[in-house]
Design a protein around this ligand. Sequence first.
Ligand code: SF4
Length: 454
Amino acid sequence: MSSRVLFATVYKNRDTPYDYIGANSRSRWFRFYWPRIQSFGLRFLKQNIPELEILEFPTWEEYLRKLEEGWDVLGLSFYLSETHEALEMVEAARARGIPEIWAGNYGALTPEIQGRFDRVFVGYSEQQLAPYFGRQVEKIVHPPLIEYLNTPFGIKLNIYGILFTTRGCGVGCKFCQTPCFAPRPSTLPLESIERVVAYYKKNDINVVLIEDENFGANRRQAERVVEILDDYDMVWGCMARADFLRDKIDEWAQMRRRVSRRDGSARRMVSGFAGAAIGIETLHQQTLDSIKKKEGAEEIVDTVKLLQRNGMGIVGYYMIGFEEDTVSSVKEDIKRLADLKLDITQICVLTPLPQTPIWTEIKDRYGIFDHDYHHYDGKHLVWNHPHIQPQEMDDLLDWSLKTVYPWSAPLRTSYRVWHNAYRYAGMAGLREVASYIRRANRFDFYPKEPRLLV
Ligand code: SF4
């Protein structure tokens, strides 16, 4: 008889699901919600190794009930800030006699906890795991990954298909765990990418978010992916470095203009590249150099402005609490950041993540005082900063988020989206964008079984 294997995320309290925009705006005013409703990693595993079972964000009681079904192996997929919950789940599983417990995802990179597991998987693990099930995964199949943007009133605004085209990054920024997790970017097969894009299209999903750590790490692959998205008339955005984007924005904007002239359908006219998520990190060149970002601060800002000139949306990732930062220097920088008027600004407190070069440097030079992993979520100061105290950092983060994210920010973004639709396709464009709301509210985001390609 073959082994029974369960892969689970950490348990969650249903009343407070993780909401990306909420965590990054801290605003009580009208704002959008972007809840985390599925585990991308577990969906990839299930799609490629159907014998295993997955359990996503169960409540504690649901988890315990699931354990009672009896398993040969439990695999836990978790992030660093979820470590304590993962360890509680390990205890419960051991108490119920589950013989083997495995760890995966970024949380498994922490050396101190690796001994609590029987096996630790580093990186994207479909191929490492497959032999356990007597399989080989030669070509990864991309599962459907579907999310939505919500409002405080429960009316969903949009529906997205998530796409990964390469996984991993070897650039080596000193603060980033990706080069420890998956140092060599690997491409996902183009035929699989096309299949999942076709699936989205068939399900009336027109917006695709490319969530590669670094879209464009493989330029040939990125170009082919853009052609696929264009063939399917998708509206799309990506997470990419500014240096790659800067060379591409004009070309992608022109593709959009060409479409406008060539074809009269509103759906075709509002399709194309719509925005990007960029790591800004800091506005100081010296700091960028010291963290080995290998980019110019001015070029990053120029890329942001170029995107804005073309009416595109921007998510910017930014960090405070570098070694040389003081309360007043951060306040000055945040005012400049707010002037960029990004759609979403993610501000994180510099956090030493296990196995990164900055983790070793901070440990040796200043010391880490906080070992509660809940605080390793980018919103807390966990090390002895030379100029800023933990309470000051808390206040500073709060002030920073309020400064970059005024109550008018969601209105500004909404205006940009509607204005662009009108600019490219007139009233038909407005109707097309309005149809996103209808589609998002009709879609079943919580089917009993995860959606897979068959
Ligand atoms: S921050 Fe981005 S570019 Fe730098 S190593 Fe991480 S994924 Fe790569």
